[in-house]
Write a protein that binds this ligand. Sequence first.
Ligand code: AMP
Length: 280
Amino acid sequence: MEIFEKGLILKDSIENYKRYGKSVGFVPTMGSLHEGHLELIKRAREENDIVVASIFVNPTQFNDKNDYLKYPRDVQRDIELLKEEKCDIVFIPEEREMYPEMDNRDFELGGLDKVMEGKYRPGHFRGVVQIVSKLFDVVVPDRAYFGEKDFQQLTIIRYYIKENNYPVEIIGCPIVREESGLAMSSRNRRLTEKQREEASLIYKTLEESLKCIKSKKIDEIKEWVMNTINKNNMLEVEYFEIVNDKTLKWVEEIKQNTGVVGCIAVYCGDVRLIDNIRYN
Ligand code: AMP
């Protein structure tokens, strides 16, 4: 596996592969890799000649400095895991490589960045799109792989790519969970064993809510989910919204085949966890 720190050198190397007609699959990450990330790498491995991963904890997508500072980092282990998955190239830039100068670009995201995560983490999606667009300019992938765990992020990236005619196929991959049902996340490393156990209530509750989509109204489902989780004194729901999977607008009812997803953010101590469930 080749390791690159400089974008220009990486770009050159990838262009060389492309000259020989090789397809390139790309998996952007912030490192501290777990099985969720590795599933994206596996899928990219299956579908492309060359697999490129990136590891960069992007400061512009953190609205909370503490969250950025505490974000787990473990690059040596990540490199070993990527090698095991037969990743061909990993890009590990330093901050000044990605942001050599102020980048004040504004991004038109159709309002998708103003709700849910965007409401509670102002500027988060601007940072995400900023770094993803910079990475795409370097890697120029044929396909890029993102997890459905960050459902809103995936929706926004799809929107941005389409609006700006990027010639890349965005592939969404299912959420990988721990045995308890807790969605895997690099932030889970910051949970104590007890917190990790209690946090499994998040997905258990979402799963349970599937059973009442026919008998309860949307508001009742929302209230039930939030109350059930909040009853646990180690957990606090920040939001739970039931939205259309493309517009991210609230839906009034869950109609068949209309694309409805429930998205949740929950604090467990000072660790913020997100998850979601598809209702149809
Ligand atoms: P991150 O390192 O958290 O920025 O995540 C990098 C990519 O991995 C994103 O596309 C995430 O959605 C995806 N990802 C993170 N956790 C999971 C998971 N549990 N299942 C599937 N994909 C995930």
